[in-house]
Design a protein around this ligand. Structure first.
Ligand code: FEO
Length: 415
């Protein structure tokens, strides 16, 4: 069975489709993943990237179905993370005449993971070109998109950008091209990938986009998911939007609850946001509707929380008090959001307690630390069940969050 896909005569995708992965270092890969590797048969033979370590045999088999492994000249490593470099030791062993081609930082990273003392290296700098015969690869370093050694390779003769993680999506499918699969599904997964992997490095992404926009492109071949050939402007525009911090008109209410008191508050905040959204829709019929979402932290994957948080303008974070602390999943949400360095959002801390202080106060403190302005100077709190006054305050806070999200949307809609 031939499992490779031809991009052009002599250029094949030979990686692995991982239908069973559901936890990719914490990323909820509900649709599985692919680890794309590209084999170029020219006067010289080059393999761009590899796959995760457990799938080395499948990669070797796919390469060997197209060329004798002894004829592989170059093993190009664009990124040392182990979903792409994990099978590199196996390929070095299987391809006795191959030289590993990568930048200096990548060599250092590989040496941190593997014993590379017997590997042959050819170090390339940003701007260097590797001739393969009729075709060539021009390397461009893209530091911190998303590791220090991350790089891409452009093949001008075929107008292909081998983009590694950039423009990737976690989708396991035998389909290889963007115009062969439902585009909204691909874009949603590309957004999830951006939010969960690339988001902290928006500034660097904008610089990369400047370079990419100068290239004559017919195909973007990422290391995850489908290749872009019919929707290149759409994915470049989406990256521009995400990296430049453009807001959607969206409010999130994320919470965890013990005995429903915090949940009752969350529902009231959500109701306030929905009502305000309805008012805004009447007053602004030509604008998109404000989207309010209620998310139970223990029932919603962090991956989804991050994807929705990427462009939300306002977020309410709520927690019951457990052991004078906040609920563990809410601590995880706040840590994850903080690390991903999303654009600033207007925020609210809320929650319940039985005695003493805990959840709501800890959320407020974290919001101050990550510099999200809060719409109330102190958290909204309920001792056991929220009373009518607290519920009214929650509803008003929901409306205020919706207005704040709307204002952020208007400010950036023309970016
Ligand atoms: Fe797909 Fe950064 O690894």
């Amino acid at each position: 069975m031939k499992l490779s896909t031809e991009l052009r005569p002599g250029i094949d995708q030979v990686g692995y489709v991982d239908y069973n992965v559901r936890d990719f270092h914490g990323y909820d890969t509900r649709l599985g993943a692919t680890y794309n590797a590209y084999l170029i048969l020219d006067e010289k033979v080059a393999l761009i990237d590899t796959v995760k370590t457990p799938f080395a045999a499948q990669l070797k088999r796919n390469v060997a179905s197209l060329v004798d492994l002894e004829k592989v000249d170059y093993l190009v490593c664009l990124h040392a993370e182990l979903d792409h470099a994990g099978a590199l030791p196996a390929m070095v062993e299987a391809c006795p005449n191959a030289v590993v081609v990568c930048n200096a930082k990548c060599k250092d990273a590989l040496a941190g993971f593997f014993d590379v003392s017997n590997w042959k290296f050819q170090i390339v700098a940003s701007g260097d070109t590797l001739s393969l015969g009729k075709r060539s690869l021009a390397f461009v370093n893209i530091p911190m998109v998303h590791w220090p050694e991350s790089s891409v390779a452009y093949m001008p003769e075929e107008k292909i950008l081998f983009s590694n993680d950039a423009f990737g999506q976690h989708i396991a499918t035998s389909i290889r091209f963007d115009d062969e699969l439902d585009l909204p599904k691909i874009m949603e997964e590309a957004k999830s990938y951006y939010a969960n992997i690339v988001a902290p490095y928006g500034k660097q992404v904008l610089n990369v986009l400047k370079t990419v926009q100068t290239l004559d492109l017919e195909l973007i071949a990422p290391a995850h998911g489908v290749m872009w050939r019919s929707n290149i402007p759409a994915i470049l525009d989406a990256y521009q939007r995400w990296a430049s911090g453009k807001y959607a008109p969206k409010v999130l209410v994320i919470y965890d609850s013990m005995w429903q008191s915090t949940e009752i508050m969350a529902e009231e905040i959500y109701a306030g946001a929905v009502e305000k959204g309805q008012e805004l829709a009447k007053a602004n019929p030509s604008e998109p509707r404000l989207d309010a979402q209620l998310m139970h932290a223990r029932k919603t994957a962090l991956t989804r929380v991050a994807t929705e948080s990427l462009d939300a303008g306002a977020v309410a974070f709520g927690s019951a008090t457990l052991n004078a602390c906040l609920m563990p999943e809410m601590a995880a949400v706040l840590a994850y959001v903080q690390g991903l360095k999303f654009v600033q959002k207007d925020a609210l801390a809320f929650g319940s307690f039985g005695w003493g202080v805990g959840g709501p106060e800890m959320i407020q403190k974290k919001l101050e630390e990550i510099k999200y302005p809060t719409i109330t100077p102190a958290p909204l709190k309920a001792k056991q069940r929220p009373n009518a006054e607290t519920l009214q305050a929650c509803r008003e806070a929901g409306a205020a969050l919706a207005q704040a999200a709307w204002d952020r949307y208007l400010k950036t809609k023309t970016l």
